[in-house]
Write a protein that binds this ligand. Structure first.
Ligand code: SAM
Ligand code: CA
Length: 235
């Protein structure tokens, strides 16, 4: 069994840890590219290592990127770069990722792996709160409807604001994936049973899920991979 299984398995939402480990061991880890394993190892030393994208969700994201032939993508919430690296590994050599995060230090932790894999040229890292960057991008008409794919994994309280901007930046048929949309399963728990730590984001997540479910501008699928991902396709 892989060293990091215990750590990663705490992200799962399935009925049992054994089932989640089964999926990771059978389908995910054997096919996970070496640089992604390296970034997981490096990330394990970070005090907030649980923030990294779950490898089972990552595998789906990678498949979606391939299915839409994504070349130009945007990522909000980079951390040490697991999802960023898997995107860089998947898009073509002349593809470009606009990657936004407040935290450059975490990004620098994973950077040696990205550099070693020869993928740095695909990444435009912007250290900033995401909202003003999206607004700035929208000032240039060339950016409108130009992105094939977006992965959103940052401050949940702003997901709806990101969504409005992303619907202008992503082309028709393009994909927007939101992470943590089941928030440790708390979206379906009575509020009184949820820890204070999870309560505030639980509320935003419930509201956001309701909003997306009613949004006629997208096709949608809520998938219980990792901590829950919602896959949206712009109509
Ligand atoms: N996708 C990453 C991965 O695969 O490792 C994990 C991202 S982590 C869950 C969330 C990140 O969002 C943190 O690195 C944090 O600094 C960043 N973040 C939080 N609020 C933000 C904001 N308003 N704008 C940009 N980044 C933000
Ligand atoms: Ca996440």
């Amino acid at each position: 069994m892989e060293d990091k299984t215990k750590l990663m398995s705490t992200k799962g939402l399935l009925q049992s840890q054994e089932l989640y480990e089964y999926i990771l061991e059978t389908n995910v880890y054997p096919r996970e590219p070496e640089p992604l394993k390296e970034i997981r190892d490096i990330t394990a030393n970070h005090p907030r290592c649980l923030m990294a994208t779950a490898p089972d969700a990552g595998q789906m994201i990678s498949m979606l990127l391939e299915l839409v032939n994504a070349k130009k993508t945007i990522e909000i919430g980079v951390f040490t770069g697991y999802s960023l690296l898997l995107t860089a590994l998947t898009i073509p050599d002349d593809g470009k990722i606009t990657a936004i995060d407040l935290d450059r230090d975490a990004y620098e932790m994973g950077m040696p792996v990205i550099r070693k894999a020869g993928l740095e040229h695909k990444i435009n890292f912007i250290q900033s709160p995401a909202l003003p960057v999206l607004d700035k991008l929208l000032e240039d008409n060339d950016n409108k409807e130009s992105y094939d794919f977006a992965f959103i994994d940052a401050d949940k309280v702003n997901y709806q604001k990101y969504h409005e901007r992303l619907l202008q930046l992503v082309k028709v048929g393009g994909i927007i994936v939101y992470d943590n949309t089941l928030w440790s399963g708390t979206v379906a728990m009575p509020e009184e049973s949820v820890s204070e730590l999870l309560k505030a984001v639980r509320h935003h997540t419930i509201e956001f899920n309701k909003f997306l479910a009613a949004d006629t501008r997208i096709r949608l699928s809520q998938v219980p991979l990792g901590d829950g991902i919602t896959i949206c396709r712009r109509l």
